[in-house]
Design a protein around this ligand. Structure first.
Ligand code: NAI
Ligand code: MG
Length: 388
């Protein structure tokens, strides 16, 4: 029996392309794993009315961890239109299977490293004044994004049920919407908890302590989101005191301000921590600074289970063309190897990252986004040559 069993979730679109490329590299590295096919995504919504079929939940429940490519998600009206004819009109409601999976398995922590690799033609070169020689600005940041609560918690209403509306209207600030009428109002909520905020902040500080990083920045907006942002900020400050003796400097930035500061002085940031939506936003910004979505891996971490996925989506216009950059997915596999732990797997993770860095630096084999003409598979083969 193999040492690990990995739920294998290519999903939709380029998810298939990059997962195939990754399998090639993992096989070359002789990872002792069984890969268990796991259906997820738009295809299964259209065919079966469920983007995360029960059989897939069983696979997830019986494996060591999951590796996920990308899925296609569309708004509710389009989702209903694309259902198989026999499933139409049955009241089926589309949900994002990756959001559901994160909640179902309590994968509370989304870790998103953004790191520049030497020689990447897409490395950020800063603003002209900040960087008159136009040299690459080398970035090495890790975003910790709360993964199950906040704006993406999924508690939304349209139409807003009467009791909810009535309760909201007890707040005098509801007047403008009360005047517009119940039928004209949609509601998305931002619910956070002491447990959720404490966990994500602690993960960020612990990571900084473990890896010798000296700065942890909270990304919030407590001056406007006074209750949810306020709670997160108070918890962050309390934990910051605890980690001060370890030499970790904690600071805070508003989500809008950091979009500007990150652009001007990205090298100043190291570990960032944020609620679900703000973490989503800031991590895409960080990804842009290290070359875009082709370089942005992520891990959804729980206490016992984890699912690893690149930050990018299914890029339908490139589906099946083997054109897109596999580095994000390969760096994702590297995170999985690190998580699997054990000396042997940690060695493999380090070997894989060096191989990726080498292929980027040599610049001979690269996909379109890096100015090359190679296919997804050719890049993976080149990585496999050095990692295997
Ligand atoms: P996307 O990430 O799929 O693609 C946006 C653009 O980024 C692409 O057109 C391409 O130019 C570039 N890109 C993405 N990955 C790349 C790679 N590996 N190499 C080179 N270039 C790459 O985002 P978009 O277009 O907003 O969404 C497409 C679909 O993906 C939607 O249905 C969306 O809901 C879904 N999505 C799924 C995610 C997931 O599975 N976790 C995350 C984000 C979007
Ligand atoms: Mg995103």
């Amino acid at each position: 029996m193999a040492k690990y069993s990995i739920a294998w979730m290519p999903g939709d679109g380029i998810g298939n392309d990059v997962m195939q490329a990754t399998r090639l590299v993992l096989d070359a590295m002789k990872l002792d794993a069984e890969y268990v096919p796991c259906d997820i995504g738009w295809e299964f919504w259209c065919k079966e009315g469920n983007p995360l079929p029960d059989r897939s939940v069983k696979v997830l429940n019986s494996t060591t961890c999951g590796l996920f490519g990308a899925i296609t998600s569309k708004p509710q009206d389009e989702a209903k239109d694309e259902l198989a004819p026999e499933l139409k009109g049955k009241g089926l409601v589309y949900f994002s299977p990756i959001v559901k999976l994160r909640q179902m398995f309590n994968l509370h922590t989304n870790m998103r490293p953004c790191k520049s690799y030497e020689g990447n033609p897409l490395n950020y070169r800063g603003t002209r004044l900040a960087n008159p020689d136009s040299r690459d600005i080398m970035i090495d940041q890790v975003v910790f994004r709360e993964n199950t609560e906040g704006m993406y918690g999924g508690v939304e209403f349209f139409p807003v049920p009467e009791p909810v509306y009535t309760a909201l209207c007890a707040n005098p600030k509801m007047k403008p919407w009360k005047d517009k009428g119940l039928e004209n109002v949609a509601l998305s909520t931002r619910i956070v908890s002491v447990q959720g905020c404490t966990n994500i902040c602690r993960q960020a500080f612990e990571y900084a302590k473990r890896t010798g990083r000296k700065r942890v920045t909270l990304v919030e907006k407590p001056n406007v989101l006074r209750e949810t942002g306020g709670l997160m900020t108070r918890i962050f400050r309390k934990l910051a005191e605890e980690y001060k003796p370890a030499g970790i400097w904690a600071d805070e930035a508003n989500i809008d301000a950091i979009c500007m500061w990150m652009f001007k002085n990205p090298q100043d940031y190291s570990v960032l921590v944020a609620e679900n939506m703000f973490g989503d936003i800031v991590s895409d910004l960080c990804a842009g600074l290290v070359g875009g979505l082709g370089f942005a891996p992520s891990a959804n971490l729980g206490d016992r289970y984890a699912v690893f996925e690149p930050t990018h989506g299914s890029a339908p216009k490139y589906a099946g063309q083997y054109k897109v950059n596999p580095h994000a997915m390969l760096l994702t596999a590297k995170m999985m190897l690190d998580w699997l732990g054990g000396g042997a797997e940690k060695d493999k993770a380090a070997r894989l990252e060096s191989a990726i860095a080498r292929v980027i630096k040599e610049g001979k084999v690269k996909t379109y986004d890096m100015g090359g003409k190679n296919t997804t598979i050719e890049v993976a083969e080149e990585v496999a040559k050095h990692a295997g």
